[in-house]
Design a protein around this ligand. Structure first.
Ligand SMILES: NC(=O)c1ccc[n+]([C@@H]2O[C@H](COP(=O)([O-])OP(=O)(O)OC[C@H]3O[C@@H](n4cnc5c(N)ncnc54)[C@H](O)[C@@H]3O)[C@@H](O)[C@H]2O)c1
Length: 154
């Protein structure tokens, strides 16, 4: 593997956090950003000094990009993910991977077929509170689960 993995980020809402993580990450280099919104794109260019693309298709032709982070609106992740996989890229998708489970299966299958890596953002999955909640459910301490009402006091 190359010393540095070339990343690109599509979708510059939540995608800005991806850009910052890539820039601060060891062994990672932000090669390009992509967004339909020209304002977000030019602000991104100012902040990250990398290549910019309005067209996702064009960005996928960039040979320096090994991994594409997909942070467009929910429901678009697996379609764009499959497109990136078919272009030979590894991908990281924002959650939810898709809004239809069958499309998540297609995404996974495309990655397996092409031999690339797929990651989905679940940044709170190792939070001790979430693990305790999962253990309580899986251990049956809450009985048979039929629904959840939750509050997230961020
Ligand atoms: N991990 C988390 O905690 C977390 C938090 C918030 C949002 N999200 C997820 O992040 C994703 C994005 O949410 P958001 O709030 O940043 O949305 P957003 O609408 O602010 O940003 C999405 C961006 O994608 C761009 N876009 C849309 N279609 C495009 C295309 N074809 N090509 C290029 N750019 C395109 C839009 O112009 C927009 O700038 C959602 O799936 C959401 O669920 C995750």
């Amino acid at each position: 593997m190359a010393d540095e993995v070339g990343f690109a980020v599509v979708g510059l809402g939540m995608g800005k956090h991806h850009c910052r993580s890539i820039i601060s990450g060891k062994g990672a280099k932000l090669i390009a950003i992509c967004d339909l919104d020209e304002e977000r794109l030019s602000k991104g260019k100012e902040d990250y000094n990398c290549r910019t693309y309005v067209s996702f298709d064009e960005m996928l032709n960039d040979p320096e990009i090994a991994c594409v982070n997909i942070a467009v609106p929910s429901g678009m992740h697996s379609d764009m993910g499959i497109q990136a996989i078919e272009a030979g890229k590894h991908i990281i998708v924002e959650k939810p991977a898709d809004i239809k489970p069958e499309k998540i299966d297609l995404l996974r299958e495309a990655g397996e077929k092409k031999g690339v890596k797929i990651g989905c953002i679940f940044q709170a999955r190792l939070d001790p509170l979430n693990i305790a909640g999962r253990d309580a459910i899986q251990g049956g301490r809450r009985g048979r689960l039929i629904g959840i009402r939750g509050h997230l006091p961020w």
